[in-house]
Design a protein around this ligand. Structure first.
Ligand SMILES: [Mg+2]
Length: 132
């Protein structure tokens, strides 16, 4: 079992108007509910968001017709040794923390391989040679 982190805005939530007034105004991204359910069947899944976790958890529960049950509780101790504990019973963790994961699914991610590549991917030409 792997731990999969799933971003909320732009990945689960359509987010076509950006942050706007801070409300969750949109709909599911196409395929999001089925994809989440599929992921949760095989892996530990958590949704990470910069929004208040409870706001996102409520939205997911309501908009899934209560097909997806959420928790916002990250246990304090031992959770790192028990990856996946939170969805052992099909419960989706929603958190505003960056927790350990084997994969992050995010619409704004830059995959890091090397610094020159990462700089180029964000539009900066890396300096040539060794820089302290
Ligand atoms: Mg996003």
């Amino acid at each position: 079992m792997s731990t999969i982190a799933v971003d909320f805005d732009g990945v689960l939530h359509s987010y076509e108007r950006g942050w706007a007034d801070g409300t969750i105004y949109g709909d599911w991204k196409p395929g999001a509910v089925v994809a989440l359910s599929q992921l949760m069947r095989r892996h530990a899944v958590f949704v990470h968001t910069t929004r208040p976790a409870r706001q996102v958890a409520r939205w997911i529960e309501q908009r899934s017709g209560h097909g997806i049950e959420c928790t916002t509780r990250v246990p304090r101790t031992g959770w790192l040794r028990r990856p996946g504990f939170w969805n052992e019973h099909g419960v989706l963790l929603v958190t505003d923390r960056k927790l350990a994961a084997t994969h992050y699914i995010d619409d704004r991610a830059v995959r890091f391989e090397t610094w020159p590549q990462a700089l180029r991917d964000v539009g900066i030409e890396p300096l040539v040679g060794e820089v302290p």
